[in-house]
Design a protein. Structure first.
Length: 305
């Protein structure tokens, strides 16, 4: 007697879709939770190829309704995320949300790493507000440039606590990418913030994002960092944006500025072919290592000698 063929296994996305559809009322979710949902929906939609989806539906027609429901729910999540972000943006534009209270809000979600994803509550809230993914692709890297990797919220908080930038300060984010650090610092302080970025796509994205908040103390500069006059800077943030000759040139420029006045350099990245150029300025007497950060274990903080 012939045996019936074994039932075809459900496609990988089915279980994820069913889980995502079984979520809370979106009206009860804050900005960070909405962003987490948005990323989960986006992952499924971006990784199911249309041709394969067609085959899945042909084999199991009932999956058509599941996919339609998934797309509808994803749209609802996007709309809820837009509404929550627009509310914060309006508060910033009108001054209803001060810099101090804005900082308290995102820091208040904490920096504890999620169990099943490389994120924290503060990162989810900021990235949901700014609609900036952790890693951005689609932009060719220039020579000696790095992939655009957004700064982590705990690193931004550490910078703000260490530097405590005020009205008299000008903060440079060198290699600012899509602008997460620069926008967050500008919204969290009274300092003038300037983001410098070589990649045109990144700069355009950062400017579009910043337009929502109308921050008068924020500027993005599209240029090779070696061609920018940095002489008005009082604090410089670098999240391993470049290496090699570019890093060497920037370290020399910052060393020259440090010889004339007090500055602080907050540099995160490896020692080899990056940090060694800043340490060279220490050897030459232009910069000195801050006592609490004596090595490149994670972040090196340097100040005028």
């Amino acid at each position: 007697m012939p045996t019936s063929p074994a039932p075809r296994a459900a496609p990988w996305w089915v279980e994820r879709a069913e889980t995502l559809l079984d979520t809370k009322d979106l009206r009860t979710l804050e900005l960070g939770a909405l962003w987490e949902l948005f990323e989960r929906f986006s992952f499924v939609k971006e990784n199911v190829e249309p041709d394969l989806l067609l085959l899945d539906v042909q084999a199991r027609p009932e999956l058509q309704a599941l996919w339609v429901a998934l797309e509808a729910r994803a749209l609802s999540v996007t709309e809820a995320l837009d509404t929550a972000g627009d509310d914060v943006a309006l508060q910033l534009r009108t001054g209803a949300l001060s810099a101090a209270h804005f900082r308290e809000r995102w820091e208040g979600f904490g920096f504890t790493e999620a169990v099943d994803r490389a994120s924290t509550g503060a990162d989810d809230w900021l990235e949901g507000l700014l609609r900036i993914s952790r890693i951005t692709t689609g932009q060719n890297r220039p020579p000696f440039g790095q992939v655009n990797l957004a700064s982590r919220a705990h690193r931004i908080s550490d910078f703000l606590s260490l530097i405590n930038p005020g009205k008299r300060d000008t903060v440079y984010d060198l290699g600012c990418g899509n602008g997460k650090f620069a926008i967050t610092v500008a919204a969290s302080s009274a300092a003038r913030v300037k983001g410098v970025e070589y990649g045109q796509t990144y700069v355009e994205s950062a400017r579009r994002t910043a337009e929502r908040f109308a921050l008068p103390n924020l500027e993005f500069i599209h240029a090779d960092v070696r061609d920018v006059d940095l002489s008005d800077g009082t604090a410089f943030y670098l999240f391993f944006p470049f290496w090699g000759e570019v890093a060497h040139a920037v370290a020399r420029v910052l060393g020259g500025i440090a010889r004339n006045r007090d500055i602080t350099v907050y540099a995160s990245g490896p020692r080899h072919d990056y940090g060694e150029h800043f340490l060279e300025q220490v050897t030459q007497g232009a910069l000195c290592l801050a006592p609490q950060r004596l090595d490149f274990a994670d972040v090196m903080v340097l100040r005028s000698a």
